[in-house]
Design a binder for this molecule. Sequence first.
Ligand SMILES: [Zn+2]
Length: 412
Amino acid sequence: MSSTVLERFLRYVQIDTQSDPNSTLQPSTEKQKNLSRMLVTELFEMGVVDAHLDEYGYVYATLHANTDKLNVPVICFCSHVDTSPDCSGAGVKPIVHKAWDGTDIVLPDDPAQVIRRSEHPDLDAQIGNDIVTASGTTLLGADNKAGVSEIMDAVRYLLEHPEIKHGTIKILFTPDEEIGRGTNKVDLAKLGADFGYTIDGESLGSFEDETFSADAVKITIRGISAHPGFAKGKLENALKIAADVIAALPKDALSPETTEEKQGFIHPTNIEGIQEKVTLGFIIRDFTVAGLHEKEGYLKGILVQVLQQYPHSTADFEVIEQYRNMKEVLDNHPHVSEYVWEAIRRSGLTPLKRSIRGGTDGSRLSFMGLPCPNIFTGGHAFHSKLEWVSVQDMQKAVEVIVNLCQIWEEKH
Ligand SMILES: [Zn+2]
């Protein structure tokens, strides 16, 4: 299978598309559109003439059906153009380590940055493959430009191979996924897809149809303030109440640092205030809504107990829904995941079903009406200077996308 995935990837990662959680704009940074505009131009050149970028930073495009069948569902492939604010994405210098021999990869612009097999067990399967890394001072941006490149190459391949029959395929490139706003301004009616796939996962052959369910909790504590010189018997310091609440959380359980796999957690994220009033922010995570509610009840119990020692202080406990496990939606459409399974197998790989300890654009899209599991890209160590991607795995991801288009046509 001929491939343009590497040349695309090398081109796209050199464009700085970092998103900014502190911006109130949409997209959060204007520079994300530099890549989006390039994608529109390239789609145009391939003959996808409805490709366009909207004011909010979304790219929409259609690959028209080439089958005579009229009832093939419309499938969408989706990736995000932004990179994480956690690590610089400016001036990325991608390096291709051809036919990698298994030795440590020292990144030249900062030799302290070393990618070792012992710390990246997924590298064991990569000996002899071509590995792309950054140069040591920035992230690489495989999250999610590997996915973008794979979708673009799959479109190119399908256009060059009209003998592969498929229904209508929609392409969606989103901004601001890394700051949790990737679907805020998406127009699903305009997109017009029945089912979707985000191409935003990791290891070769893996796909994910399950994410955390997520709430935030905001606790507002109102203490009793007094002049510290005359406070005896009067002052109830909201800062100390907040500290007591956090101190009452278990040290060996229920936190991100003590849980894995299917375990959820209660995680304080911010504390702000003065002796009179403090707000405490938490995120709550679990794979089930019942588990979320249980953890919220537990946290509320701690608050009530702590307040017993501060009889004149009060507190509000507010739960804010963030997103829900996409599995709740996908269970109603089992074929969406079954076809991925088959597409991965047809590419000669063993499918690995995983759960995401986080959310994706797909979690929100699923609940907005577009059931949307997540497929691997071949990228690893996201959001870090040690990020890497395998060229051969990217090519396999393209193959899986092409197979999926074909499978949807065959089955309907
Ligand atoms: Zn991503």
